[in-house]
Design a protein around this ligand. Sequence first.
Ligand SMILES: Nc1ncnc2c1ncn2[C@@H]1O[C@H](COP(=O)(O)OP(=O)(O)OP(=O)(O)O)[C@@H](O)[C@H]1O
Ligand SMILES: [Mg+2]
Length: 169
Amino acid sequence: MKTVLVTGTPGTGKTVIAKKLSLLLNYAYFDVAQFIKKAHLYSKYDRKRACYVVEAKKLVRELLKVREKALKRGEKGIIFDSHMSHFLPCSKADLCIVTRCALKTLSQRLTKRGYSKSKIRENLDAEIFDTCLVEAVDNRHKIVAFDTTKKKNFKLFSKRIIRILNRRP
Ligand SMILES: Nc1ncnc2c1ncn2[C@@H]1O[C@H](COP(=O)(O)OP(=O)(O)OP(=O)(O)O)[C@@H](O)[C@H]1O
Ligand SMILES: [Mg+2]
């Protein structure tokens, strides 16, 4: 079974890309944010930052269980959609996709969502500092970055992903 991680700053297009790929590849799609809420994996809700506080180690432990279950179900692959998905160990993932977006576009997307000024600032900073990408590199993942600023290049990108996933280990 293939394991694909889709990470990136909030609003850069992880969910759009992960869902498209899951349909194209016939892999299971796994919404980590929904799972965190349902399974109460957070320690608290940070009102100021408007987000759930999640311990990475605990999350990884639970996601590895989800992966095992998918493996037992006989899934062809599983795609984890989360800005924390890159915390999974590289030994358990075939590929880590990092979504990127131009700052102006990202700011517009987050404004459209009704995010507060400070939350938009925090996410723009995360994109400027490439936080997810740097952490994914630190975790020694095989990385493919994808810029979602413009809609049109998904076809070429998906062909590249298929080629990488079909390569022998
Ligand atoms: N490839 C794309 N081209 C154009 N617009 C896109 C693309 N991908 C995403 N978007 C736009 O960006 C918005 C945010 O995308 P999405 O919800 O997938 O981000 P996300 O990374 O999953 O965010 P979060 O971390 O908050 O879940 C979408 O509502 C869509 O309008
Ligand atoms: Mg999302």
